[in-house]
Design a protein around this ligand. Structure first.
Ligand code: HEM
Length: 506
């Protein structure tokens, strides 16, 4: 939205005049078209906005999930807003979100991607961004069978064990070098998680790679920036023309160049990584990797392969880091709860190191995981769904061609469903209302046919990491950090990396 306002301030009067004429003509169409739509009797309540731009100015804070949740208090769990020319139906309770994701899935199964996401995902060529079609079914089966399902995760246990022991080793070194200093948790965790993601996707860790199209050797840090940081930033970059499709002809070249550069860097780096891995396979060195399984499908194009392998890297590297960082923040902030978890680990494991075999007995740890998912849902709003036939939600008529925003943040912070939702209180999951083994106690992993494919991996990595961190060390926040809960725009990532005092337990 800032980009939109900046654009208005910096644009030549003649372009603004032709835009105004365009808006006027489009406005007439919108009013006529809308007038027709409003003949429908039973659509969800609409949040009042301005002509033509609708509710866009009310969203300029860039935390739409929070604004949507506030509106839900006034307009109820389901309402509509206007983002320029599009109508967006916003869902804010578990009940209505589940209805959309499960019961009415057949009418709401396609995606509506922003321009940025369309460019970055090579136009829906990934599991998470594709429409629900034969391609989706094929690649989802492939990712579950070979990488993310329970059986495949068992096979990949070694990668997780190495990840955890590397993190503990690095933590020890950091503490030895500066015993009284604060540790940057994000640096400690993200490097090892990225290493694991590379191993899963490509069968081996990669320190550097020569990329012919860029004419240079990229280090692991460069790889992380090109494959994870830049696309995450790009994915939430708004092209204001998304809201006014009839103004597509107005150039927004700065924005387009930026996203195209990110997409093309990612593309050529992935191509180099895949070619390198193919060479190793030809020399009989191909270890077990997701790429090897994708290659065996034979029907996929280069764009498909690049997008699907990159998908694993970015999905494995991001959300799990976000949730573990929040869990360690909350444990450091709440010493009594940290003690409770430590006591549980002592009772279950005695003097042994915690391993994944202990996880089913660590009930409080499970509560810490789910409460962090609830309070800090890493995916606050599910990528928009598109209604492809008239349907009903929450008793309201939903017209075809509406877009649906499922606000997972609001579902997990809904006062009707969760007592004192602002409080981080893991004990709420011990109150007998939730099954221990249910990974979907909150809406954080979505629901139905498009529910998160990586929930088992996320749970295993997060829980074993938290358990080892708390078993070996006491965690304490740096003074003054108690209220640092701001996030990066519409994501749930902490605005500032967690820096925390870590003391080895005796
Ligand atoms: C705490 C960590 C995670 C959270 C909270 C999370 C959340 C989500 C959510 C809400 C969706 C549903 C999107 C929708 O309904 O449209 C989703 C889908 C997906 N997630 Fe995750 N995710 C996490 C970790 C992972 C990991 C580690 C991976 C893989 C390495 C992964 C892979 C996927 C895939 C492939 C989909 C698409 C499923 C489909 O469209 O059928 N996720 N995730």
């Amino acid at each position: 939205m800032d980009a939109f306002i900046g654009f208005l301030q910096n644009t030549q009067p003649v372009v603004l005049l032709s835009m105004a004429v365009g808006l006027l003509i489009a406005g007439v169409f919108v009013v006529v078209f809308h007038g027709r739509r409003h003949l429908r009797s039973n659509e969800p309540p609409a949040v009042p906005g301005l002509p033509l731009i609708g509710n866009l100015l009310q969203l300029k804070e860039k935390k739409p999930h929070q604004t949507f949740a506030k509106w839900a208090e006034k307009y109820g769990p389901i309402y509509s807003i206007k983002t320029g020319a599009s109508k967006l139906i916003v869902l804010n309770s578990t009940q209505v979100a589940k209805e959309a994701m499960v019961a009415k899935f057949s009418s709401i199964s396609t995606r509506k991607l922003s321009k940025a996401l369309t460019i970055l995902t090579c136009d829906k060529k990934m599991v998470a961004t594709s429409d629900y079609d034969d391609f989706h079914k094929l690649v989802k089966r492939c990712i579950i069978t070979n990488l993310l399902g329970a059986g495949a995760q068992k096979q990949l246990r070694g990668h997780r064990d190495v990840m955890v022991s590397n993190m503990i080793e690095n933590l020890e070194t950091t503490i030895k070098e500066n015993p009284s200093g604060a540790v940057n948790f994000r640096d400690l965790f993200k490097d090892e998680l990225f290493r694991l993601a590379l191993k899963e996707a490509l069968g081996q860790d990669i320190e550097s790679i020569y990329v012919p199209e860029l004419g240079k050797e990229l280090t692991k840090k460069d790889l992380y920036n090109v494959l994870v940081v830049d696309p995450m930033t790009g994915a939430i970059e708004v092209d204001w023309r998304d809201f006014f499709p009839y103004l597509r002809w107005v150039p927004n070249s700065k924005w387009e160049e930026k996203i195209q550069r990110m997409a093309s860097n990612k593309y050529v780096v992935m191509k180099a990584l895949i070619n390198e891995h193919k060479r190793r396979i030809q020399h009989g060195e191909g270890t077990n990797s997701y790429l090897k399984h994708l290659l065996s499908l034979e029907t996929l194009t280069e764009e498909h392969l690049i997008s699907l392998v990159w998908e694993v890297i970015i999905e494995a590297s991001d959300t799990t880091a976000v949730i573990t960082e929040w869990a360690m923040y909350q444990l450091a902030k709440n010493p009594d709860r940290q003690d409770r978890l430590y006591d549980e680990i002592k009772e279950v494991c005695g003097t042994e190191k915690v391993t994944e075999e202990h996880l089913p007995q660590l009930h409080y740890l499970n509560c810490v995981f789910h409460e962090t998912l609830r309070r800090h849902s890493p995916v606050p709003i599910v990528p928009l769904r598109f209604v492809h036939e008239d349907t009903q939600l929450g008793g309201f008529d939903i017209p075809a061609e509406a877009e649906i925003a499922i606000n997972l943040y609001a579902c997990n912070m809904n006062k009707e469903e969760w007592a004192e939702p602002d409080e981080w209180r893991p004990e709420r999951f011990l109150e007998g209302t939730h099954e221990f083994s249910d990974l979907y106690k909150t809406m954080a992993f979505g629901a139905g046919k498009r529910a998160c494919a990586g929930s088992i991996q996320a749970m295993l990595i997060t829980c074993i990491s938290i358990a080892r961190f708390v078993q070996g060390y006491g965690w304490r926040l740096v003074e003054g950090d108690e209220d640092k809960v701001d996030t990066v725009q519409l994501t749930a990532q902490r605005l500032q990396p967690l820096c925390v005092y870590v003391k080895p337990r005796k």
